[in-house]
Design a protein around this ligand. Structure first.
Ligand code: NAI
Ligand code: 13P
Length: 339
């Protein structure tokens, strides 16, 4: 790691952090970075969000939460990235490629690009780290993931996340710099494992919401989440993720959070699906595009992932929830340990 990155370009311990994305999570992370002692620039593409953050709010994405002064919001991506020591990419997974296309000429050389979105690119099956490696080949890539609702983090409620990079030293440095009183960052050198956990838990959160919405009961819910976790581990193993990473904050931790709370937008999406309510206009549910591509990846690699396939088929309107449940319940019996 370069000496420049260790010490930061600015004097003192604070970095200049650029946050790309003025939605719920981008704004919450901007606040978290401010609390951790950094100078924060927030890129939001719409002028309305920029003006709102300057007023101390973001009513569209974080209604009712006061945004502390000190975040410099801008819709000029070059200005947001100017002199950044570190860049957080916090737009939806399916927008990452477009955002990096707009950003790549302005990202300072060597600044780590920290992925904060959770998903797999729908059209290509690419993990987000591989998109960064393609678009910003000179910049180190990292990922921040774990159980962390934007509203909780924005309010300063305590939680723990994991920051991963292929280089353990970089992961540890980022974790140290991002941690603050109420945000405890663990570090990991299993970048792929952290990415896979964060991306796939969203698919099971949709399934969990659908189970609740369809009134299938708490037992079905626990059985689905447990067997879903087996699928997450199978796919993770195929990508080279370490099992202990998937047992950690970005896998099991986030699965527990989002499969149990309607505060999760993916759970809420599944809930509406299960209740037969309209889905149009619901907030971002990253598990929707990820379900389809994860089902395709599983099929291509011959990985057994019946719950992911069922979620994808339900979302595509190919089967009903009832039909999917019957198909899952009548699969050939097997030993539980046969993952
Ligand atoms: N909201 C949460 O609690 C958490 C969200 N995440 C992840 O963070 C990512 C972003 O989620 P949120 O901020 O919650 O979504 P959001 O829907 O609240 O905001 C998305 C933001 O991205 C912007 N955006 C979309 N496409 C863009 C583009 N092409 N160029 C520039 N800006 C663009 C939108 O204008 C909006 O400001 C997702 O992958 C999500 O899974 C991760 C942890 C917690
Ligand atoms: O990933 C999250 C919390 O860790 C947020 O989940 P939702 O996108 O389902 O709201």
């Amino acid at each position: 790691m370069s000496a420049k990155r260790v010490s930061g370009k600015r004097s003192g311990s604070g970095w200049r952090v650029a946050v790309l994305g003025g939605g719920a999570w981008g704004t919450a992370l901007a606040l978290a970075m401010l609390r951790a002692g950094h100078e924060v620039r927030l890129f939001a593409r719409d002028a309305e969000t920029v003006a709102a953050v300057a007023r101390g709010e973001n009513p569209r994405y974080l209604p009712g939460i006061r945004i502390a002064p000190g975040i410099a919001a801008t819709s000029d991506i070059a200005a947001a990235l100017d002199g950044a020591d570190c860049v957080l990419a916090v737009t939806p997974a399916q927008s990452l490629r477009a955002v990096l296309a707009a950003a790549h000429n302005h990202v300072p050389r060597e600044a780590p690009l920290v992925l904060c979105a959770k998903g797999i690119e729908r059209d290509t099956g690419a993990l987000l780290s591989s998109i960064v490696e393609e678009k910003l080949p000179g910049n180190p890539v990292a990922a921040l993931s774990g159980p962390s609702f934007a509203t909780d983090v924005a309010r300063g409620l305590p939680t723990a996340v994991v920051v991963a990079a292929r280089e353990a030293e970089l992961a540890a440095e980022l974790a140290a710099r991002f941690s603050a009183e109420n945000l405890r960052c663990y570090s990991s050198d299993d970048l792929i494992g952290v990415e896979i956990g964060g991306a796939l838990k969203n698919v099971f959160a949709i399934a969990a919401g659908a189970v609740t919405g369809a009134g299938l009961g708490a037992s079905a819910q626990a059985a689905m989440v447990t067997r879903g976790f087996v699928e997450l581990r199978r796919i993770g193993a195929a990508f080279g993720a370490r099992p202990e990473t998937l047992m950690g904050l970005s896998g099991l931790g986030d699965l527990l959070l989002t499969c149990s709370s309607p505060q999760s937008r993916n759970f809420a999406y599944g809930l509406a699906l299960g209740q037969g309510k309209p889905l149009a206009g619901l907030p971002l549910a990253e598990g929707v595009p990820t379900a389809g591509i994860a089902a395709r990846i599983a099929a291509e690699r011959q990985i057994e992932a019946p719950i992911i396939s069922a979620v994808a088929a339900i979302l595509d309107g190919k089967v009903t929830i009832d039909q999917a449940v019957t198909a899952l319940m009548t699969r050939p019996l097997k030993t539980e340990t046969d993952i």
